[in-house]
Design a protein around this ligand. Sequence first.
Ligand SMILES: [Fe+2]
Length: 258
Amino acid sequence: MKRSEITGYSRRSWLVGGLVSSASLLSGCLAEAKPKPPAAASKSPIPPLPKLARALAGTHKIVPLPFKASSLHDLSEKLIQSHHDKNYAGAVKKLNDVESKIAQLPKETPAYVLGGLKQSALTFQNSVTLHEAYFANLGGTGKASSAMQNAIAQSYGDYATWEQHFQACGSSLSGGSGWVILSYDFVHRSLSTDRLANHTQTLSSSYPLLVMDMYEHSYHMDYGPAADRYVKAFFQNIQWDVVEQRLEKAKKAASALL
Ligand SMILES: [Fe+2]
């Protein structure tokens, strides 16, 4: 699902917003309004698509940790800092690199070469998105508000049952790699808990609310192979206020979409 579709923006409102907020976007929109003559475009080895160029700018920035790396309970500063600075930041750099490569492909590039790069771009983009959501939903007290517990209970019977289910999904990835995500499912207008074996298995038409990294780099430094202990530590540090804000945004988006 496109970002503009998730946020409920129409194409027109997206363009208007872009015109107001960004000079560079303004020039891009004007370029779209006045396409170059075909003769000039045909001489370029790169497809003359301004929208494609913006989408593949390779300018993603590393988002700082939203909390002190030393402030979490039972997750060490060294682990959190390494996870952010090496694994997450590495994904941002790889995403920028692969986008730049795609943007500069000559016209005669074989389709399989483009296919491989596009697969890598999707993997790195999802890794970046999920890592940013993961760090943003850490740094809290681990105590869900009654409103959030009630929202979960509507889909899972009661909060405790869902917590066991979510944690069991995490344990099922022990020794492997992936993510566990509580998301808002726009199709069924309910919550969903999903187990991802890699970066690209997210539920279609969903918005992530609570994201738990289960790649070994997220816990092995502190807990070795004891993934269950990491899952318990993760729950002690959930920033539920952020999760609740995401749920409210998802409900508004659902109302606009459906
Ligand atoms: Fe990670």
